[in-house]
Design a protein around this ligand. Structure first.
Ligand code: 5HY
Length: 246
């Protein structure tokens, strides 16, 4: 199968790293195509970034439909544009936050999230409630590292994530750690060994959930809320959305 892994920010080096992490866990017959929009924020660290990035996510899903993608991963921990993207395709569309929360619930009674900046904590908390996982999450913690700084000094970043994860283990009674950023893809085994807990990273969790969904013959429901968008006129820079299904 062909899975389009969409990094919603426009940082190509992060897209490449996400693609490597996705291919590492993918099944032998799964082809990973890692992409990012040409237009949009270099990183997503607030509600405004998230709103702008959602349009790019939808554009990438439209391209994926034209290229025959069998499933999609939205590789940003805010899951930007998730339901809008699901309206555009019958293929499964899995956000890394939802994937990580669900996977953590399968291996722990309580988990904590370790993310980048304190100002993105509210985004994770809103998703926990939206997806029904809030009762299982003890805490959403931030290491105060900007998203793009993760790759600039990876050793220091991993060290701070390990320290925060240990505090989550000891203070939150967390049985597992969820990594709250697509830029943390590839760190999970090192962190898990250092902390002694299962560590769930969303890109890899989402890839396996896309494969599992497809293997069960499940498509995104087109009855009701995720039906294709109604045809209408779009103007200006979005004029190409006019007409049929966006
Ligand atoms: C992400 N931002 O996964 C989120 C992380 C965050 O550009 N990719 C980003 O901190 O919300």
């Amino acid at each position: 199968m062909h899975i389009r892994v969409i990094n919603p920010n426009t940082t190509a080096s992060m897209t490449a790293a996400i693609g490597v992490a996705a291919q590492r866990v993918a099944a032998p017959d799964t082809r990973i195509v890692a992409v990012n929009p040409a237009d949009g924020p270099a990183s997503i660290e607030c509600h405004f970034d998230d709103a702008v990035a959602a349009v790019g996510v939808c554009e990438e899903v439209r391209r994926g439909e034209a290229e025959g993608a069998d499933g999609y991963v939205i590789a940003c921990f805010g899951d930007p544009g998730l339901n809008a993207a699901r309206e555009l395709t019958r293929a499964p569309v899995i956000g890394i936050a939802q994937a990580a929360f669900q996977m953590a619930a399968l291996v722990s009674a309580r988990f904590s999230v370790v993310t980048t900046l304190a100002r993105t904590v509210i985004i994770a908390e809103e998703l926990l409630h939206r997806y029904g996982n809030a009762a299982l999450c003890q805490n959403v913690r931030a290491v105060e590292i900007p998203v793009l700084a993760l790759e600039q000094d990876m050793v220091a970043a991993v060290g701070r994530i390990i320290d925060e994860s240990r505090r989550a283990r000891d203070e939150d009674r967390a049985g597992a750690i969820v990594l709250g950023c697509g830029g943390m893809a590839g760190f999970e085994q090192e962190i898990s060994q250092a902390v002694g807990l299962p560590v769930i990273e969303g890109v890899s969790a989402a890839v396996k959930l896309v494969e599992a969904t497809a293997a069960l013959g499940l498509n995104t429901s087109k009855h009701g809320d995720l039906a294709p968008p109604p045809a209408k006129c779009f103007s200006g820079r979005f004029a190409h959305f006019s007409g049929g299904e966006a």
